[in-house]
Design a protein around this ligand. Structure first.
Ligand SMILES: CC(C)(COP(=O)(O)OP(=O)(O)OC[C@H]1O[C@@H](n2cnc3c(N)ncnc32)[C@H](O)[C@@H]1OP(=O)(O)O)[C@@H](O)C(=O)NCCC(=O)NCCS
Length: 156
């Protein structure tokens, strides 16, 4: 498994394995925007399996506020269903931590819907809940808490 920055040729794998609700054009647009961006304070990571297929994705973004530059946020974390529970989540968080450490960050954070597998998985990966907004997410047919979690990391 290789974890590396996203490339334009990842679009079809990303759509098939991670963003099945999006069209290829929509995925191409967001990847294109990412590749055109000055990537100093954020990186879009993907995981490529032994056959070269992209099976997971996440972004790592350093917070922009002057008083929050020591924090990095992990977002858009999706692992293809067939690879969930395989240990890949931990490898991706390790890679995200490496990126954040290189920016000098000491806190890695993530958010999710309460009561979902993601909440359990993030806690299992070492994130600690620091905030919960009851009913913070209203989906079409369900209401969820918005849960904020963080882990301390050693800055480089
Ligand atoms: C959320 C997501 C990225 C997590 O990845 P995953 O592969 O399912 O995570 P895992 O099941 O391997 O869990 C991660 C760790 O937490 C542990 N864990 C999972 N559930 C746990 C529980 N109930 N109690 C304790 N530990 C738990 C696992 O054992 C694992 O630890 P390990 O690496 O030592 O084995 C993945 O499920 C996913 O892509 N879901 C769909 C998209 C999504 O909902 N994304 C989140 C948006 S916020």
């Amino acid at each position: 498994m290789v974890i590396r920055p996203v490339r334009l040729e990842d679009v079809e794998d990303l759509r098939r394995n991670c963003f099945s609700a999006m069209s290829s054009d929509e995925v191409r647009a967001v990847v294109g925007k990412e590749l055109a961006r000055d990537g100093n304070d954020s990186v879009w990571l993907v995981a490529e399996d032994e056959s070269g297929e992209v099976v997971a994705t996440c972004t790592v973004t350093r917070l922009a506020h002057r008083m929050c530059r020591h924090r990095a946020d992990l977002g858009g974390f999706v692992i293809a269903p067939r690879m969930q529970g395989s240990g890949l989540a931990r490898r991706i968080v390790d890679a995200a931590r490496e990126e954040a450490q290189q920016w000098g960050c000491s806190i890695l954070e993530i958010s999710c819907r309460g009561g979902t597998h993601a909440e359990n998985a993030y806690k299992g990966l070492g994130f600690v809940e620091w905030g919960r907004l009851n009913g913070g997410y209203e989906d079409f047919d369900e209401v969820y808490d918005q849960v904020h979690l963080a882990m301390r990391i050693d800055p480089r």
